[in-house]
Design a binder for this molecule. Structure first.
Ligand SMILES: [Zn+2]
Length: 68
């Protein structure tokens, strides 16, 4: 049924958009070097320690606040 395919497609698009929105609440970097540069700047400015990590959802890099 075409309608089922359309519904499936809409669902896939909605999930994809949801993932992207989730990532967009974080800063996104296209490379580890860029993420590290921002982490160093944040540490100098705010005193917080951030660690770059590769995101499984979008494939780009985000920063996470380190425990220590
Ligand atoms: Zn992401």
């Amino acid at each position: 049924m075409a309608a089922d395919i359309e519904r499936w497609w809409d669902d896939q698009q909605a999930r994809k958009k949801g993932r992207q929105d989730k990532c967009q609440t974080k800063r996104v970097f296209t490379s580890e070097a860029e993420a590290r540069a921002h982490a160093a700047a944040d540490r100098a400015q705010f005193g917080d320690r951030f660690t770059p990590y590769r995101c499984d959802l979008c494939g780009d890099w985000h920063l996470t606040r380190s425990a220590t």
